[in-house]
Ligand binder design. Structure first.
Ligand SMILES: NC(=O)c1ccc[n+]([C@@H]2O[C@H](COP(=O)([O-])OP(=O)(O)OC[C@H]3O[C@@H](n4cnc5c(N)ncnc54)[C@H](OP(=O)(O)O)[C@@H]3O)[C@@H](O)[C@H]2O)c1
Length: 328
């Protein structure tokens, strides 16, 4: 498995991680037994970078990882997050970046994951009511206490990232990045490079859409959150699919799948980038891993960027009411 350095931490992680979110919530039915097997199969293939959050499930995803990692802890680089406040029933209660909350959230994550430390602990969304110095200061205390090795931010602005770095080194920034979400190219990728921060691309397959396998909105299960995503709705779905069909043609010419080309494209944007595609299926995990040995030529990259220029996607990344709640 190809590895990459995580920012300037000295830690090496697999260039493709496993996004574990969909193993517990958001994209339709899940099954814990096969999810545990999938995580262990990923580890066996050298995928050591596992991405979770206390809010996936809620809470169930960290418990799942805890079960998968019994006797396998040393093989994994465990990343998880705090920040969204959710209850056992799945309710949403905004974001919280206060020191007391952070300490309690970390303790709870360690307990659920059944680990003595978290390798990478992210603030999932910045709390606009709390200065970033206060939140990162509390996260730094967790590093000093040995609960956490490295710190990360998710969906933070350039100014916030710079302020955070003055408080404590930030090892990773996680934001959405794929052929249909290319905004990080405008500023974030460069800032990460400048500050020695690893960049973690979430939803690198455009929540599955860029693979070309989602052909009908109606095929999404009734509890799939993509039903509420503007990019999957109405005429946007068809317009976006036209672009995906062009990506499929480029992939076919390389004897690859659209998923492989989409992932290879993300990894080609810089050595400091790690992508964390999610899947519930072993065959797709294997398909995705092959993207790490697919080298796109300059012509391939040019062709992909011509069919998927920055801003082509019809529809926002999240529903408008959720954008406000997610602080985007
Ligand atoms: N920080 C944040 O705010 C944030 C937000 C969203 C996600 N994330 C992280 O990023 C990870 C990945 O993002 P994501 O799961 O939203 O989106 P993604 O990785 O872009 O896409 C996942 C979807 O693609 C499908 N898929 C995967 N490989 C495929 C293939 N080869 N062919 C066809 N379909 C394929 C999966 O379905 P199957 O299961 O059926 O294969 C799943 O529905 C998450 O698990 C989570 O850890 C972070």
């Amino acid at each position: 498995m190809q590895t990459r350095a995580l920012g300037n931490t000295g830690a090496m992680v697999s260039s493709l991680g496993l996004g574990c979110m969909g193993l517990s919530e958001f994209y339709g039915p899940t099954d814990d037994e096969s999810s545990i097997k999938l995580i262990q199969e990923a580890l066996a293939r050298g995928v050591n970078f596992l991405d979770s959050s206390d809010m996936y499930g809620p809470f169930a995803n960290e418990i799942l990882l805890g079960k998968a990692l019994v006797k396998r802890r040393s093989e994994a680089f465990v990343a998880t997050k705090f920040g969204f406040v959710r209850d056992e029933k799945g309710g949403w209660h905004g974001v919280n970046g206060r020191p007391n909350y952070i300490r309690a959230a970390c303790e709870a994550s360690l307990r659920r994951l059944k680990v003595d430390h978290i390798d990478l602990y992210y603030q999932e969304r910045v709390d606009p009511a709390v200065p970033i110095e206060e939140s990162v200061g509390a996260m730094a205390d967790l590093v000093r206490a040995g609960n956490v090795r490295f710190l990360g931010l998710s969906e933070a602005s350039p100014m916030t990232i710079r302020r955070a770095c003055r408080e404590h080194p930030i090892s990773a920034l996680q934001t959405e990045y794929s052929l249909w979400s290319r905004d990080p190219e405008l500023e974030l990728l460069t800032i990460c490079q400048e500050l020695g921060i690893g960049y973690v691309a979430y939803s690198p397959l455009g929540r599955g859409f860029l693979t070309g396998t989602i052909r009908e909105f109606q095929h999404l299960s009734t509890n799939d959150v993509r039903r509420e995503s503007p990019r999957f709705m109405g005429e946007n779905f068809n317009r976006n699919l036209d672009v995906v069909d062009q990506i499929i043609r480029i992939a076919q010419a390389r004897d690859a799948t659209a998923a492989q080309v989409a992932l290879a494209w993300v990894l080609a944007q810089g050595d400091h980038i790690i992508a964390i595609p999610g899947t519930t299926k072993l065959t797709r995990l294997e398909e995705n891993l092959e993207s790490t040995s697919l080298t796109l030529s300059a012509e391939d990259i040019e062709a992909l960027e011509a069919v998927a220029p920055i801003g082509f996607a019809m529809g926002e990344r999240y529903p408008v009411d959720r954008m406000q709640m997610l602080n985007l």
